[in-house]
Design a protein around this ligand. Sequence first.
Ligand code: FAD
Length: 453
Amino acid sequence: LYQISPKAIVSDACASYSTLENLNTEVSPAILDLTQSTDFFSHYRVNLFNKVCPFWNDENGMCGNIACAVQTLENEDDIPTVWRASELGKLRGPSAEHPAKSTQHERPRRPLQGRLGENVGESCVVEYDDECDERDYCVPEDESLGSKGDYVSLVQNPERFTGYAGDGAKQVWEAIYRENCFQNSSFPHSAQLETSEKATNPAAIDFRSVLEAVGRQQVLEQQRQHDPNVPFVAKTGLEAEDECIEKRVFYRLISGMHASISTHLCWDFLNQTTGEWTPNVSCYVNRLHEHPERISNLYFNYALLTRAIAKLGPHLERYIFCSGEPEHDNLTREKVLAVTQRASSVPQIFDESLMFKNGEGPYLKEDFRNRFRNVSRLMDCVGCDKCRLWGKVQTAGYGTALKVLFEYDNDGEIPRLQRTELVALFNTYARLSSSLTNVQSFRAMVAAGEGQS
Ligand code: FAD
C-alpha cells in the first residue's frame, strides 16, 4: 500500500518518480564531488551562536544544549553511551579560514547589474554577504551584533542523528507549519507566531494534519491511476477545497525539507546501545514509508531545486570563485557546471511560470516571501547547534532557489547571488540528492523485510 508507483508523476512537478531517480543517478556523484572536495562549497559562513530566538524564550528548547556545553570530550568513543545523544548536537571540526583580505574587494553600491562573474569586484565580496535584498526569501545573517559569524566546515559537521527531540523540536516544527496559514484564511497571520495558540485555543485546527491529509489524498490518487488496488478515499470538505498552487507549494517545500532531515537522521543513525552509526529502517518506516505524501514532497523539492540549478547554470559559466588561484577557480567552476549541465538534462521538470499568475496568485507572492523569511528566522529557535546549522543552510538554499525561480525571468535580469546563497543552494541540492538515494536504499531494505518489529 505504501509503495509509490515509479511511473506516477510527482504532483506539481512535471516528472515521474523514476525520472527523478534516474536523473539523480547522474547528478549524485557530481554534486557530492562539488560539495565535498571544493573549498568554496564545503564551507559556510553563518551566525550560529549570537542570535536569540526572535519568537519565544527558547530556554527550554536549549536545555539539552546547556548539558552538551559542559561535555568537553572530543572523541565520540570517550563519551558515555547515555550522554551520546545529547552530545551529538555539538559542532566539531576546524572552522574554515576567513578568506585572505587580499582576495576581498569593495562591493559597489546598488543598483548592480551585469552578469555574475563579469565584475570581479562584485563576485569576490565575502565581507558583505549579509546585505538585504527585498527579493530575498530568507533573512540574511545580519551584522548588527558586530559578528561576521562563524566559518564552518559542512563536511566535518554532517547532517545526521543528533538526539534533538522533544518539546523544543516540536515547537519549532509546529511554528514552521503554522507559517502555512495564508492571509486570506480565517486564521491569524502567523507572523505573530503565537505558538501557544493550540494550548490556549483547543479549537485551533492542526493545519499540518489537514495539509498532510490533502497531500495523502493526492498521492493515493496518483497511485490509483497506476494500481487499481489502491483504495479510493473520499475527499472531505476541506480536502476538496480547491487549494491554489502557491499555498500547496509552500506546504510541500517545508514538508519536503522536513522529510529530507528525517531521511538523514534515520540513515545516519546512532545505535546508542552498540555505539554504531547505522541506517535505522524502523525510523524510516515510521517517519517516511508510512507517509508517501512526505516522500512525494521530498521528490517535489528535488524537482524544484533541479529547475533552479538548471536555470542558474548558464550564469555561472563565468563566475569568479575568488580562490586566489585561477586553476583552483577553474576546477571549481568545472565541478559546478558538471552539476548544472546534468540538472538541465530533463527539461520542464518544474514550471515556475504557473505560479503567482492566476486567481489570488499575484497577491500571494509577498505573503509567500514573508512567510518563507519567517521560516528562516525560526532556525534561530532550533536548540541544537548542528541541526541549526543545517536548518540555516537548507532554508537559505530553498530561499535562493525561490529567488532564482520567481524573482528573475528566463531572459531578463541575471540573479546576483551572494556567496552564502550559492553555497546554500548547492548544498541543499546535495542534501536532497542524498535523500533520494537513501530513500531508494531504505525502500529496498523494507522490501527485503528489514526493520519489521
Ligand atoms: P518530528 O520529526 O519532530 O515531527 C513532528 C510532527 O510533524 C510529526 O509528529 C508529524 O505529525 C509531522 N511530520 C513529520 N514529518 C513530516 C513531514 N515530512 N511533513 C509533514 N509533517 C510531518 N534531529 C536530528 O537528529 N538531526 C538533525 O539534523 C535535525 N535537524 C533538525 C532541524 C530542524 C530545523 C528541526 C526543527 C529539528 C531537527 N531535528 C534533527 C529534530 C527532528 O527533526 C525531530 O524533531 C526529532 O527527531 C523528533 O521527531 P518526532 O518523531 O517527534 O517527529
